[in-house]
Design a protein around this ligand. Sequence first.
Ligand SMILES: NC(=O)C1=CN([C@@H]2O[C@H](COP(=O)(O)OP(=O)(O)OC[C@H]3O[C@@H](n4cnc5c(N)ncnc54)[C@H](OP(=O)(O)O)[C@@H]3O)[C@@H](O)[C@H]2O)C=CC1
Ligand SMILES: Cc1cn([C@H]2C[C@H](O)[C@@H](COP(=O)(O)OP(=O)(O)O[C@H]3O[C@@H](C)C(=O)[C@@H](O)[C@H]3O)O2)c(=O)[nH]c1=O
Length: 283
Amino acid sequence: MKVLITGADGMLGRTLQHELQGVEVIPTNHKTADITDAAAFDRCLALHKPDVVIHCAAMTAVDKCETEIDQAYRINAVGTENVASACYRHGAKLIAISTDYVFEGDSPVPYTEFDAPTGGHCVYGQSKWAAEQAVRTHCPNHIIARVSWLYGPGGPSFLDKMLSLADGTREVLKVVNDQRGNPTSTIAVAQALNELLRHPELVGTYHLTCEGEATWYDFACRIFELAHVNQKVIPCTSEEFRSPAKRPANSRLAKKKLEYTLNYKMPSWDTALADYLTRFYTK
Ligand SMILES: NC(=O)C1=CN([C@@H]2O[C@H](COP(=O)(O)OP(=O)(O)OC[C@H]3O[C@@H](n4cnc5c(N)ncnc54)[C@H](OP(=O)(O)O)[C@@H]3O)[C@@H](O)[C@H]2O)C=CC1
Ligand SMILES: Cc1cn([C@H]2C[C@H](O)[C@@H](COP(=O)(O)OP(=O)(O)O[C@H]3O[C@@H](C)C(=O)[C@@H](O)[C@H]3O)O2)c(=O)[nH]c1=O
C-alpha cells in the first residue's frame, strides 16, 4: 500500500515517516506538493498514485492565524479542499488530520465523534472546521482523525516551549489551568493510524488522543517532573495569560469510534509522556 503524506516535514509528518509500518511512504512538503496549488497537487497524485493520502499540512500557528486570516483559510480550508477533490479524482482514501480546537469548549463532558462542532472561537479552529466540511463534501472515502495537544520528536510543541523556558532565568512560569484536554504523543497517533490503515473499510470521524485529561498547568508540571527539571510553575487563568486566540476551555475528546469499531485503546497521556521523554529527552 502506498501512503502519501502532505506536510511530511512538520512534527506529525516526520513521526509518521518513521512509525508507519508495512506501507510505502511518499513524503511530500511545501516544495513538492503545495496544497494551495490545486493543479500541482493533482499532478502529484497523478504521478504517485497513492492508495491513501494522510493530510498533515496546515497552518498551525494558532495566534498567528488570528491576524493572518486569509492565509489560514487559504492553507487550512482551500488547501484541504484541493487535497480532498484530488483524492476523489484519483481514487485515494483521504485521512485528514483535524483538531480539538474545532469545538467551542463549553461542554462539561468530553466531546465524542457524534457531537457537532461549530469551529470554536479562534480562526485556526474555524479554518480547520471548514477543512473538515470540505473533506466530507468532496471525498466520501475519508477518515477525519482529530488529534490534540501534540508533542513529538523535533517539535515545535508546548512541551518544547516549556523545556526551553525553563533555562534557569525565570523564577516562576505561569501556566493556564482553566483549559483542559488530552496531551498526545505523535507516536501514539502514528500507532493508531497504523491500525486504521489495516482497516480500509473504516470511514468517518475518529478521535485519536491519549487517554486521561490534564490542564496545560498539569501538563507542564508533569513534563518538568518526568524530565527532572527544577522549575517552579504556578497556575493562572486564561484571563491572566492573555493570548490573541481564544482556546477552548474543554478540549477533551472521547474515543467512541475507536472503541466501537476496533476495540482499540490509546495509551494514557502520562505513560506516553514518560516513554517519550525517556526516548527523546536529554538534558
Ligand atoms: N500540533 C498540534 O498540537 C496539533 C496539530 N493538529 C493538526 O495536525 C496536523 C499536523 O500538525 P503538526 O505536524 O503539528 O504541524 P506543523 O506545523 O509541524 O506541520 C505542518 C506542515 O505543513 C506544511 N505546510 C504548510 N503550508 C503548506 C502548503 N501550502 N503546502 C504543503 N505543506 C504546507 C508546513 O510547512 P512549512 O513549515 O514549510 O510551512 C509544515 O511542514 C495539522 O493538520 C494540524 O492542524 C491537530 C491538533 C493538535
Ligand atoms: C508558553 C505558555 C503558554 N501558555 C498557555 C497558552 C495556551 O492557553 C496554552 C497552550 O499554548 P500553546 O500556544 O503552546 O499551544 P497551542 O498552539 O494553543 O496548541 C494547540 O495547537 C494547535 C495546532 C492544536 O491543534 C491544538 O490541539 C493545540 O495543541 O498554554 C501558558 O499559560 N504559559 C506559557 O508560558
